[in-house]
Write a protein that binds this ligand. Sequence first.
Ligand code: LLP
Length: 457
Amino acid sequence: MSNSEPQRQATVADSQAITVQTEHGLYIDPQALSAHLPALSYRDNELYIEDVSVSGLAKQYDTPCYVYSKQAILDVYQAYSDSFASLEHQICYAVKANSNLAVLGILAQAGAGFDIVSRGELMRVLAAGGQAGRVVYSGVGKTYSDIEFALQQGIGCFNVESISELSLINEVADQLDTPAPISLRVNPDVDAKTHPYISTGLKDNKFGIAHEQALDVYAQAAAMSHIEIVGIDCHIGSQLTEVAPFVAALDKVIELVQALADQGITLKHVDLGGGLGVRYIDESPVSIADFADALLPKLTELGLKVFFEPGRSMVANAGVLLTRVDVLKPTEHKNFAIVDAAMNDLIRPALYQAEMAVIPQQLPNGGMQADDTKTWDIVGAICETGDFLAKDRVLALAEGDILAITGAGAYGFTMSSNYNSRPRASEVMVAQSQQQLIRKRETIEDLYRDEMRWQDQ
Ligand code: LLP
C-alpha cells in the first residue's frame, strides 16, 4: 500500500493546500496545517507548541497527554473583545469546552465571564478565581439546590429554558428573599446546518422556549415576585461555519425585543450564545472579525449590551492530544495503528464522526510523501469497533512515534471517561518556553478508590 505520488486534489484553496485526497486516504500536510494553528510549528522537522518541544513534553509527562497554549487561548479571547469593542459586551466562555482550572483562571484574569450548565461548572469557575456575577447559567435541568447555590453566589443571570424552571427560580429566590436575574433562552427555530447532535436551535431540540411562546412566558415572568428580567438568550448550535444562521437567529431575537418593549418589558442584554466553528482540517469557518461585522450593524441599532458564549472557538485550536503509537497492525484490508489514546480520551470521532487532524511529532526525512507512507486507521485499544481517532490517513509511522491530534483543546478532556478502566490523561499548559502540569494523570487506584467490596451480612 505504499503511497506513490498522491494525486493533487486540494480541498482548501489556500496557497499551500492542507489536505490532499489520495486514492488511498487523506494526506494532511502537517506543515501546512500547523501554519493555520498559531500555537504549532515545525522547527528542524520537530513539532513545537509555542516554544516547547512536543518530544520533550511526551518524555516528561508521558502520553496520552493534553497540551494547551496559553497564548492561543488569550489571542482568541482578544479577537472577540476587539471585534466587538464598539459595543458594550461580555464574552462568557462556555466552560463545558474545557473546564480545567488553569484555562478558566487565565480567562478570568483576562476579564472573561463564563457560561455554565451545572453547579460543578460554577464551582470550578469560583475555584479558578472567576466572579459569579459574570456567569450566565444555561441548561435544561436546574434543580432547587443548583438554583439556591447559584443565587447565594450572586449569579449574573439564569438562562431559563422552561416555564417550570422559571417558577422554580422564583420560588427559590422567594425563599432566599433575593431577586433572581433571568433571561429566557428562546428557541428561534433556525437551522444551524451542523451535526444533528450539536444542533440546538430547532423546534425538535429540547432546548429553550419556543419563539411563539416567548412573549407569553416573559409576561408570566414579569408578574412573578422575585424574578428580575434582564435579558434574552439563544444558542442555536455548535461548529457553525457560516454566519447566516446567526444573523437569522438575531433577527428573530430582535423581533422579540421590540415586541417586549411594546409590552413595557425592557431588557439590558441580548445573549447570542456560542457556536462559532473552527478549522479542524480544511473547514473554512467565518472569522471572528467577519462574524462581528455581520452582526454589529443590527446589534448597534438595538443598543443593548451583548453577551456571547463561545466555547469551541476559544480553545479547540489551542490544544493537542499527544499519543504514542504502540502497535502497528497491517492487515490484508486495513492498516491499524494502535495508539495509547482512545475513545475514552477523545470521543469526538466516535460520537460525531468528527474528522480531526493527526500529525507527527517528527517529520520524516524527505517529507510526508516519502515512500514509507501507508494508509492507517488510528485506533485506540478499547474493545469497541467505534474506538477510532482517525480513519484512512496517509502517514509514515513506526512503533514508538508520537502523534499530535490537533483541535483537541475543546470537548476533548471534558468529554473523557474511564471506560475500560483507563485513567484519564494528564493536562499541561505551555506559555512561550514555560510548561506546567495542570492536571496530573489519574492512577488506576484513583479509579476504584471510592468503591466498596460487597460484604454479606
Ligand atoms: N452555550 C450553550 C448554551 C451551549 O449549549 C454551548 C454548547 C455553548 C454555549 C458553546 O458552544 P460552542 O461555542 O462550543 O460551539 N461536544 C460537542 C459540542 C457540544 C456543544 C454543546 N453546547 C462537540 O465536541 O462537538
